[in-house]
Design a protein around this ligand. Structure first.
Ligand SMILES: Cc1cc2nc3c(=O)[nH]c(=O)nc-3n(C[C@H](O)[C@H](O)[C@H](O)COP(=O)(O)OP(=O)(O)OC[C@H]3O[C@@H](n4cnc5c(N)ncnc54)[C@H](O)[C@@H]3O)c2cc1C
Length: 463
């Protein structure tokens, strides 16, 4: 694949979208060439189409001229998915940002891809409905990006991830063909399930131009609790006990001692929890008012039986926000620990979380690096953050080694190297640790069927 587009690309794209919506200036090429991974590559041309027809014409042009084409949503991806690693055209969907319909009778919403996730949640909540997927980036990432990555969040354990809410799609193939998959019904078994194939395909198979999303009624009540424990094992024991009590929390977050300390330091307080705290659980239950209070009691009992050293229960929204504050402050606080984090979103069966934390402890000692970890304990999805000074080449080398050992360990624990951030280009070298050559080969055949010339988001996903 050529690194530069054929001469005349900008002019050809301007003929499709209008000159005002094509960018070739230095700043745009760089801004649209990076995401939250912060390892970018400049685009040659940035194009901002207005609708599906323009996107189809752009795809056909890139297909015919063999020009790399990279779709871009909110640009918050953590694995470089929206980075045009081979240059070429970045197709920003930012002008396709309308909620087209909230259908209360059929419990669904039809949206363009660049609706900000949090805006959709607010809009449906105003009519008493609920769109549960809640990536922490929900105020800056968009539905199309969430669908392309199959984003998850704290609510995934009870409510599922983005995948569970996508009923149908309109998408443009790399050839310029427009397809419609799924539809407005929950039940639909006609043909291969291309909707679910496109969910999580990281912009490598098609450009998503419209999404039909399933909605559910908004739960009327919620209760939030915070429990502290002397070890991760105690915290996971509490999780197992509350599951045995048949409570499925809407959120179940685990924060380790290192993350807690980073937050305390950043907030300038001596401590956020009793001395000796090595793990904190944040637990939220939701549902009907009468059911929530009983579930909260069962959560409290499970934590106490598992050896919680402190148990707090929010009584109003202000207290609820205060309990969540520690969790919300982690990302910002980790910036004080080191300038760069290798942010991993590994996932293991939840009973094996203590083994994962033991592995992380070994990595800390072996590679002499801080590795604060926290995450969605209900579904075994833990954010393991290997912290490094990017100027220190030896630290970066050790972090790379630690990363590989982490991924090998996670696969050995029957887990997965990515639970929600996807592969992009940063994790592509490690895919072979988890998938067999036969599995990768069939995936490559799928890719070739959609994208015979390999123009759509090249350099991603595969080792
Ligand atoms: C502070 C922060 C917190 C985060 N927390 C979470 C979290 O809790 N859970 C989680 O899952 N992720 C999280 N993320 C990662 C990120 O927000 C998600 O992966 C999100 O889904 C990316 O959406 P985006 O709109 O920013 O996509 P982008 O970064 O723009 O793109 C991501 C991928 O999707 C493709 N893509 C985008 N739009 C389309 C489209 N319309 N059609 C086809 N392909 C497309 C791109 O080519 C790329 O491969 C977080 C990121 C940050 C910075």
């Amino acid at each position: 694949m050529e690194n530069t587009p054929v001469p005349g690309t900008a002019a050809a794209l301007a003929a499709i979208v209008g000159a005002d919506f094509v960018r070739t200036d230095e700043e745009s090429r760089h801004v649209y060439g990076t995401d939250a991974l912060k390892r970018g590559h400049p685009a040659d041309v940035v194009v901002l189409p207005a609708d599906t027809a323009e996107i189809a014409a752009i795809a056909k042009y890139c297909h015919d001229t063999r020009t790399p084409l990279t779709p871009r949503g909110g640009g918050t991806g953590y694995t470089g998915g929206a980075v045009p690693v081979r240059g070429g055209v970045v197709l920003s969907l930012e002008r396709l940002n309308r909620i087209l319909e909230i259908d209360e009778a059929n419990l669904l919403a039809i949206v363009e891809p660049n609706v900000i996730t949090g805006d959709l949640q607010d809009a449906v909540e105003r009519v008493g409905l609920f769109y549960p997927p809640d990536p922490a980036s929900l105020r800056s990432s968009v539905i199309g990006g969430n669908v392309a990555e199959c984003a998850g969040g704290p609510r995934a354990f009870k409510y599922g991830v983005t995948r569970q809410y996508v009923l149908g799609l309109e998408a443009v193939l790399p050839t310029g063909a427009i397809i419609h998959t799924g539809g407005k019904t929950v039940k639909n078994v006609v043909g291969y399930d291309l909707t679910q194939l496109l969910v999580g395909s990281e912009g490598t198979l098609a450009i998503i131009t419209k999404v039909i999303l399933r909605l559910i009624p908004q739960p009327p009540a919620a209760a939030t609790l915070r429990a502290t424990f002397p070890s991760v094992e105690h915290a996971v024991d509490a999780v197992m006990r509350l599951l045995r009590a048949r409570v499925i929390p809407a959120a179940l977050e685990l924060i380790d001692g290192d993350s807690l300390e980073a937050v305390a330091r950043n907030l300038g307080v001596r401590s956020l929890a009793p001395a000796g705290t090595a793990a904190v659980l944040l637990i939220e239950v939701d549902g009907l008012t009468e059911q929530v209070s009983g579930e909260a009691d069962r959560v409290a009992a499970a934590c106490t039986e598992a050896g919680a050293t402190e148990l707090l229960r929010a009584h109003d929204d202000a207290e609820r926000a205060e309990l969540w504050r520690v969790r919300r402050e982690i990302s910002l606080s980790l910036k004080q620990v080191a300038a760069l984090k290798f942010n991993h979103d590994v996932v293991v069966p939840k009973a094996r979380i203590p083994e994962l934390f033991r592995l992380v402890d070994q990595l800390k000692r072996r590679f002499a690096l801080p590795i604060p970890s926290f995450g969605h304990v209900g579904d075994g999805n833990i954010h393991v953050n290997i912290m490094v000074d990017p100027q220190n080449t030896d630290e970066v080398r050790r972090a790379r080694e630690a990363e590989r050992v982490l991924f090998e360990g996670v696969v050995a624990l029957d887990g997965s190297i990515s639970g929600e951030h996807g592969i992009g280009f940063s994790k592509a070298p490690y895919v072979g640790l988890q998938l067999t050559p036969e599995t990768i080969a069939i995936m490559k055949q799928v890719k070739a069927a959609f994208d015979p010339h390999g123009i759509l988001n090249p350099g991603k996903m595969f080792p």
